[in-house]
Design a protein around this ligand. Structure first.
Ligand code: UDP
Length: 477
């Protein structure tokens, strides 16, 4: 055997596409710096494989698209009685995978560190048992991290108090972030009595055990929050591990000049005037109801603005959230005659569009987004103002920060009610495309784009933070 094997950084992924994409980007950075990097991917237990079919296919696609990155498939855990809740099922699957992860770590000749997805908290034990330094890679914003890190303290202080779900829009004041309406807290922590809440709060109580936390953000975008995290004021009474804002790590997207086949929507964008198109896309899992699709269509049509809209089949059964969905039947789902009437200034794409390329395209003027963190970073890096329409996970929280802290977007009112009306869609599209407020957003986003590029250039703050992380790795080994 080689007496000096290249130290390997093992990145432990979860089952979400939005977490895997930035993890692959981090692996590529590590490879560039001469380390070996392996992404350890959990295999959903056979009994739950149906639930995770969409992430399983995404892993295969990512592996094919990134031949330099190695993936190691951890064997499925023994999980005889899967939890009926899909989210707890995923967390259970990750927890039960820890022994397989430990075995994998032991099988490697030299492990420099274990880098954990934010859902893989139980793997801290595997790292500790083998004496490998553990870090988190936080693939959402610093604001979310600050709020979540404060939660164990908040719940202890307010023991026996109201749940967020019963507090309406009462403002929560946590260190380092703007006031958060209680109803915008992630659904997993809305109910104190809920098991999911206990698991999540327990997880964040363990975060400070890590040696450090890499965050996919850049300091300029969340300056106050990053400062608060570095000052250690988000976790009262306990030291906060060092944080490393190393982002924005987003997929590069294909060059316009690349010789691969371009998606038809990009060719369509080529024929549209600069900054004239509103792009609507709701992440890798987002879908709205059939009635809501019709309402969006009416709002877009009456705004008169050009649009590029990614449409998914409505999700009728929430327990099928993680399942691959069938292609939408546009004629049945959209208002009668809509496609014909808007064919000159709109394009509807089924299921998936190359979002990074679309956002970077000169014709794109605004982005209606569910506020998944990758989407926000991609919009900020491309300088495109956002209309925030949060749907699931921590997206309401992201919306609070995008609008209140980053000043990078406006809200689609009604996101927390049964329906966002056609009138609201029209109003907000006009606001961002026609008004002075829209112009201000555009100026702000132009700056966000410039600062993102600066952060990633040689000597930029995100590069410096990555160097600091690498230095800490050396110290730890
Ligand atoms: N994405 C895409 N095309 C689509 C939908 C999503 O390229 O039609 C990509 C998007 O660019 C982003 C990721 O999928 O990189 C979604 O991540 P995000 O954090 O925004 O949302 P999530 O899917 O985790 O809710």
């Amino acid at each position: 055997p080689n007496p000096h094997p290249t130290p390997t950084v093992v990145l432990h992924a979860c089952l979400g596409v939005g977490h895997l994409i930035p993890m692959v980007e981090l692996a590529k950075l590590l490879l560039l710096r001469g380390l070996a990097a392996v992404i350890a991917v959990p295999t959903p237990p056979a009994s739950t494989a149906d639930f995770f079919s969409s992430s399983a296919s995404a892993v295969a696609e990512l592996a094919a698209a990134n031949p330099s990155v190695s993936f190691h498939h951890l064997p499925p855990p023994d999980y005889p009685a899967p939890d009926p809740d899909p989210f707890l099922q995923m967390l259970d699957a990750l927890r039960l995978t820890a022994p397989a992860l430990a075995a994998f770590l032991r099988s490697l000749p030299s492990v420099a560190a274990l880098v954990l997805d934010l859902f893989c908290v139980d793997a801290l034990d595997a790292a500790a048992s083998i004496g490998v330094p553990a870090y988190f890679y936080y693939t959402s914003c610093a604001g979310d991290l600050a709020a979540f890190l404060h939660l164990p303290h908040y719940f202890a202080e307010t023991d026996g108090g109201a749940s967020f779900k019963d507090m309406g829009k009462a403002l929560l004041r946590f260190p380092g972030v703007p006031p958060i309406p209680a109803s915008d807290m992630p659904h997993t922590v809305l109910d104190r009595a809920d098991r999911t809440c206990a698991v999540r709060v327990g997880h964040y109580g363990r975060f400070p055990e890590a040696r450090g936390v890499l965050i996919n953000t850049y300091e300029w975008l969340e300056a106050r929050t990053v400062r608060a995290l570095k000052d250690g004021v988000c976790v009262p009474g306990r030291p906060t591990p060092p944080v490393y804002p190393i982002g924005p790590l987003i997929v590069k997207g294909q060059d316009a000049a690349a010789e691969v086949e371009r998606h038809a929507c990009l060719a369509w964008l080529d024929t549209q005037p600069e900054r004239s198109v509103v792009f609507l896309c709701f992440g890798s899992l987002g879908a709205v109801s059939a009635a809501q699709l019709k309402e969006i269509a009416r709002g877009l049509e009456s705004s008169g603005h050009r649009f590029l809209w990614v449409v998914r089949s409505p999700l009728d059964d929430p327990s099928k959230f993680f399942l691959s969905r069938p292609e939408p039947d546009l004629d049945a789902l959209l208002p009668e005659g809509f496609l014909e009437r808007t064919k000159d200034n709109g394009m509807v794409v089924k299921m998936w569009a190359p979002q990074v390329e679309v956002l970077r395209h000169a014709a794109t003027g605004a982005f209606v987004t569910h506020c998944g963190w990758n989407s926000v970073l991609e919009a900020a890096s491309a300088g495109v103002p956002m209309l925030c329409w949060p749907l699931y996970a921590e997206q309401r929280l992201n919306k609070v920060f995008v609008v209140g802290e980053m000043k990078a977007g406006a809200v689609m009112d009604g996101y927390d009610e049964e329906m966002v009306t056609a009138e609201e869609v029209e109003k907000k599209v006009r606001l961002v495309m026609e008004s002075e407020e829209g112009e201000k957003l555009r100026e702000r986003l132009a700056l966000a784009k410039e600062k993102a590029a600066e952060a990633l250039a040689d000597g930029g703050l995100s590069r410096v933070a990555f160097e600091e992380f690498l230095n800490d790795l050396k110290l730890a080994n």
